[in-house]
Write a protein that binds this ligand. Structure first.
Ligand SMILES: [Zn+2]
Length: 97
């Protein structure tokens, strides 16, 4: 936990092992404009949720397709696609693209 707080919700910011500084309340990344000027914390616009939602919606559809099919080839395709989507989701959540 850092001594600096989020400019939006005033919750103390956290530094992740990756070096990223995040607000656990807003679930957003904070950027310091200067290492000496800790008051000037800028929170990046939240664009992750949109992509997050799209990926989750796609995985839901793929899961229902999976439940309906017994075709091994289709199952393999669906499984591979799900792996890719979950990997993407993980990246989106970690890096906040
Ligand atoms: Zn916040």
């Amino acid at each position: 936990m850092l001594s600096q707080t989020c400019p939006d919700c005033k919750v103390p910011l956290f530094k992740l092992p990756s070096g990223e500084i995040i607000c656990p309340s807003c679930n957003r990344r904070a950027v310091f404009t200067s290492s000496n000027e800790v008051e000037k914390v800028k929170v990046e616009a939240e664009t992750t949720n949109e992509l997050d939602d799209v990926i989750l919606e796609k995985t839901r559809r793929l899961k229902s397709l999976m439940a309906k099919t017994d075709n091994p080839e289709q199952l393999e395709k669906l499984a591979k696609t799900l792996i890719i989507l979950y990997d993407l989701l993980d990246r989106v959540r970690r890096t906040k693209i």
